[in-house]
Write a protein of this length. Structure first.
Length: 266
């Protein structure tokens, strides 16, 4: 570890001022090959909740504490686990900015319980939060998430326009390959999580696929979308999402993540 940090220095620029460099005595280098492994080793003894209603989920330095149960008791359990987590963070000198922490109460009730606390500071309730690229709203409609990936897909499609345009010299085969390898994965990311959203939300993604399909085939206006998709051997987005979800849940029992393994079979 000494070799890993030896010779590394840093400086913080404030406006146009650049102070003198300081040596790095601890931490891991962002983007390094073994950085995530070393970090996981360091936090390996992070306190895990003892009750089955609360679970600590870690992915690199993204940490989520999930607690389920009756509204009266769930906050007490959550605050107890946050208190233990806070003590561990202080002991191992890991600083967490409590002001950037978010708490979401997944319920249809309008009245919310008292706010959870970390370092004895209240964490304000949010209507939504983003975790590992998925926007989770308090009612789990996934409307905001699908709207975000719809915008992201449109943005990526605009950058690919010179290649996907009707007058592009790229072959239809390669145009279709670009769609399947770049645009479709953006739309289907983490779809086993949000795939049960209302059809009205998913229709936004169906429309995007239809637009791309008509564009790359240079189809006339009177040709129906379903015929174009059939010729391209493309399934509707909702069918593609269902296929991905089926494969995912089929392999749940063999998953290495304990939280995933506990997902109930439908």
């Amino acid at each position: 570890m000494a070799t890993y940090l030896r010779g590394r220095r840093f400086a913080v620029r404030v406006g146009n001022d650049l102070p003198s460099e300081r040596a790095i005595d601890a931490g891991v280098t962002q983007g390094s090959k073994i950085g995530s492994i070393l970090f996981n080793i360091y936090v390996n003894d992070i306190p895990s909740p003892r009750n089955c209603q609360t679970r600590l989920c870690l992915f690199a330095d993204d940490t989520a504490v999930m607690s389920t149960g009756e509204s009266i008791k769930v906050i007490d359990d959550l605050n107890y686990d946050l208190e233990q987590l806070g003590k561990w963070l202080i002991m191992w000198k890991i600083k967490v900015n409590a002001d950037k922490c978010q708490a979401v109460y997944f319920t249809r009730r309008r009245k919310l319980p008292d706010q959870p606390k970390l370092y004895r500071r209240s964490i304000k309730w949010s209507k939504e939060t983003k975790y590992l690229g998925v926007t989770l709203d308090s009612r789990l409609t996934y409307d905001k998430h699908i709207t975000n990936i719809h915008k992201k897909t449109r943005s990526a499609k605009a950058r690919l326009y010179p290649l996907l345009a009707r007058n592009s010299k790229l072959s239809l085969k390669n145009k279709l390959l670009l769609y399947k390898t770049i645009l479709l994965p953006i739309m289907a990311y983490a779809s086993p999580v949000w795939g049960a959203a209302a059809k009205s939300h998913i229709q936004k993604l169906e429309s995007t696929q239809n637009i791309v399909a008509r564009q790359i085939t240079n189809a006339h206006w009177f040709i129906r979308n379903r015929y174009i998709l059939k010729d391209l051997r493309l399934t509707p987005v909702i069918s593609h999402i269902k296929n991905l979800a089926t494969k995912f849940f089929h392999n749940v029992d063999n998953h290495i993540n304990e939280a995933v393994k506990e997902i109930p079979h439908l």
